[in-house]
Design a protein around this ligand. Structure first.
Ligand SMILES: *Cc1c(COP(=O)(O)O)cnc(C)c1O
Length: 400
């Protein structure tokens, strides 16, 4: 399983390179350069130094003692990606890709962003390397995520509003791809999740594998054994695959990815649970499970967390589900909000709303497991960015 994808970028029947002809050569160049970088000790040393000194790795493995006691079942550990610079796992990938851009001599960086977290991580990496940075963002998202727009601007990035269609993430990706086609000679596209055309799903996964590699070692040191269950939220699937991948050969370690159930998958289409009601299709470079109508038109998704609100899931997850190596469930908006508050009050850790979906599933499942069992939850990000949104939803006054 470690060797996937194949040479054409397929994880079983999923993945591939579904892009316009003009992007085939740059994508092949990127795949080749990445293959060289991956086995280059200097590249790996540079990346490790950046992750350590700049991003703050290794992140802690933390025993959630009070949450565990309250739920009365399995021991719950948290992998603290929320403690990283810029507040989430996304910086792992942004730093990996910007190093690759330097290797390829490309000094103009573009990215897409939905909630703004990947845009912030990319703008941070670009500032660190003195690169020009352009971030495409849906006009609707820019309004919803004004704080992250300001952060990107302070970091020196240009944020370009995209007004087409629903003016959210999908349209922003289309614009970024259009820019890349036009400016491919000097431009590097830093893609934000384990999605898109080959080699991105593999490359993004590899840059996040450090999460699982560290967690595996830390768990062995701490408990003398591996966890029984891994839990992570799944938007495109990058934090989840980063945690899961180093455990794939450990047959006794179960893994669950948690999608955004929105208002519930039975009450219409206000959700982003691609494995519940989704179908096989192609979107933005990759063949995978996605939410589309009978004519193949991509549906508008919904989640309380902008980072899980996308119509397609990373192709490697589709394959892990097919072969039965990982299970996928969903948590609703309400369950995620309840988990957001529970972790905040019980452990003193305010999680991102995306992350709260994983916490919600751990809260559901821990009481059904034995006290000698262990759950490891990937705490993908911190909730600072979501404080205003939750306060408004719950009518908590922010001004006197
Ligand atoms: C972006 C984001 C996610 C979702 O993206 P994945 O690629 O599925 O990991 C999850 N958690 C946080 C905190 C995020 O910022």
């Amino acid at each position: 399983m470690q060797t996937l994808p194949d040479a054409h970028g397929y994880f079983g029947p999923y993945g591939g390179m579904f892009v316009p002809e003009t992007l085939m050569t740059p994508l092949r160049d990127l795949a080749e350069e990445y293959e060289r970088a991956r086995v280059d000790p200097q590249f790996q040393a540079d990346l490790a130094a950046l992750l350590g000194d700049f991003a703050g790795r290794p992140t802690k493995l933390y025993f959630a003692e009070r949450l565990t006691a309250k739920l009365g079942g399995a021991k719950i550990y948290l992998k603290r990606e929320d403690l990283l610079h810029t507040g989430a796992h996304k910086i792992n990938n942004a730093l990996g890709q910007i190093l690759l851009a330097q290797r390829m001599g490309k000094r103009r960086i573009i990215a897409e962003t939905g909630a703004g977290q990947h845009g912030v991580a990319t703008a941070t990496a670009a500032a660190r390397f003195g690169c020009e940075c352009i971030v495409y963002m849906g006009a609707v998202d820019m309004k919803r995520q004004a704080l992250n727009v300001a952060r990107m601007k302070f970091l020196g990035a240009k944020v370009v509003p995209v007004t087409a269609g629903a003016a959210t993430l999908k349209e922003a990706i289309n614009e970024a791809m259009r820019d890349w086609v036009t400016n491919v000679r000097d431009t590097f596209y830093i893609l934000g999740s384990a999605l898109g055309s080959h080699p991105y799903p593999m490359m993004v996964r590899d840059f996040h594998r450090v999460i699982g590699v560290e967690a595996r070692k830390q768990m062995l040191e701490r408990e003398g054994r591996l966890p029984d269950l891994l839990v992570a939220c799944v938007g495109g699937g990058s934090n989840a695959i980063g945690l899961f991948h180093p455990f794939l050969e450990d047959e006794d370690v179960k893994m669950v990815g948690v999608e955004a159930g929105g208002e519930g998958t039975l009450e219409g289409q206000k959700h982003a649970a691609r494995f519940f009601g989704g179908k096989l299709g192609v979107l933005q470079g990759t063949k995978t499970f996605l939410l589309a109508d009978d004519d193949g038109q991509i549906l508008i998704t919904h989640s309380v967390s902008a980072g899980l609100d996308y119509a397609a899931v990373g192709p490697e997850h589709s394959n892990l589900r097919d072969v039965g190596r990982a299970d996928y469930v969903y948590a609703t908006d309400d369950e995620a909000l309840a988990a957001f508050h529970e972790l905040s009050r019980t452990e003193g850790i305010i999680p991102a709303l995306e992350t709260a979906h994983a916490v919600a599933h751990a809260m559901r499942i821990a009481p059904t497991m034995g006290k000698d069992e262990i759950i490891l939850v990937n705490l993908s990000g911190r909730g600072d960015k979501d404080v205003q949104q939750v306060a408004e939803m719950e009518h908590v006054p922010l001004k006197r």
